[in-house]
Structure formats: C-alpha cells, structure tokens
Design a protein around this ligand. Sequence first.
Ligand code: MG
Length: 247
Amino acid sequence: MIYLKSPNEIAIMKRNGAILKKCFETIGEILEAGVKKKEIDDEVERIIAGEKAQPAFKGFHGYPAATCISVNEEVVHGIPNGRVFEEGDICGIDIGVFKDGYYADAARTFAIGRISQVKQKLLDVTMMSLEKGIEQVKPGNRLSDISHAVESWVRKNGFSVVKTLVGHGIGQRMHEEPQVPNFGPPGQGPELQEGLVIAIEPMVNTGKSDVYTLADGWTVVTADHSDSAHFEDTVAVTANGPEILTR
Ligand code: MG
C-alpha cells in the first residue's frame, strides 16, 4: 500500500528535513581527525532534542544510537562507538528524525582531511548518482526510472551499487512502500504520482557490489573491503517535479 501525502503532510516532513539539514551542517563543522564516532552521535542527539524531535533510529529494532556512522569499507548501519576518525577516512552518516507524526531520513558522506583520489571520486560519483535519481522524480515516470538512472551513472564511472539494501517510501512510518532499489531496468514499478514521498539512497562501492553484516548484527561492510559511500535525501513528487525535503 502506497500512501500519498497531502501538501500539508509534505510541509511537516520538510520541517523535519530542516532538522536533518541542521545536523549535517553542524557535523561539517566539527568532524575532523581525532574526533570519535560517539561524539558526533551525541551532538546529533542534542540537536534533535533541542528541536523537540525524536531520533528515529534509536530503538528501531533495538538499534542503540541516533545515527549510523559508517567509515571506509563500512557501507551503512555502523554503530557510533569509540572509534576515532583518522585523516584520509570517509565517513557516511545517516540520520532519521520523527516529529509531529512524520519521519524524515537523510545521509551524507564526509571526507576526513585529505582523502585519496579514488575516495574523492567515490564521493563525487555517489553524490551525483543521487542527483541523477532525483531528476527522474516526476509524475508519469515509473519508479525504476530512478533506480536505472542511479545504477547507470555508477556503472559508467566504474563503481558498483549495493543491491541488498534499498531506498523506501517514508511518511508516518520510516519505511513504507514502495522499495526504491538502486539498480534495474527503466520503465517498471508503480507510476510516480503527486504526493509520493520516498527516500532515495544510493550506496556505492569502489569494488564489487557484495556486502555482509558484521557479528555486531548491524554494521554492513563490503565483502571485498573496498570503500563505500552513501548519500540519501527524502524527496516528494510534486506537479513541478522533485521537491527535496532534506536540504
Ligand atoms: Mg533510509
């Protein structure tokens, strides 16, 4: 069941998206070599509490923190612990908020100091693959037009998309239908209708596509230990095309 949102519901989600934007702006100011994962998570939790919102991930299926922080070969769902960021790391941070009955979800991958050329290319390609997906968000297109645009850009640039984890509809639940894969042929799946709100979230590896979950039950890493990046925005379908709610 796909729940289309009214303009009023989308406005609430956009206010929640603005909280995420604030979190990422602050992270950009404080994230550097020597800082611990947990310190970033604590700061995000303070910001979200200050906005009288709730960190959506905390307690979700028992998840222990407000953020997921995934470094280098970690793809997603890295747990904020005492790990210290080092010069040359890349660091994916995923945050969800809940307020006034609705969720918003977004992720950014940051560079710690100077990073390698291949890591920089990975960030650029992953960020642009999200843009390519968002460009397809308009009434009349099919869902898999987004998927195809993301994968095409990534493959063209010599990297691979993760296939076992996908984007999702979002609204009064964090994960709603439809699933939004980052791969596949165009022209399939439901037609995009005004009021559909989805989280588009390419996860891109410099090596092969395969991933597995560590013994902590959460952290997803690349099977070949290549580097991985993740960007995500919550996007609404409007008559005029995509409205990004988390920037
Ligand atoms: Mg998500």
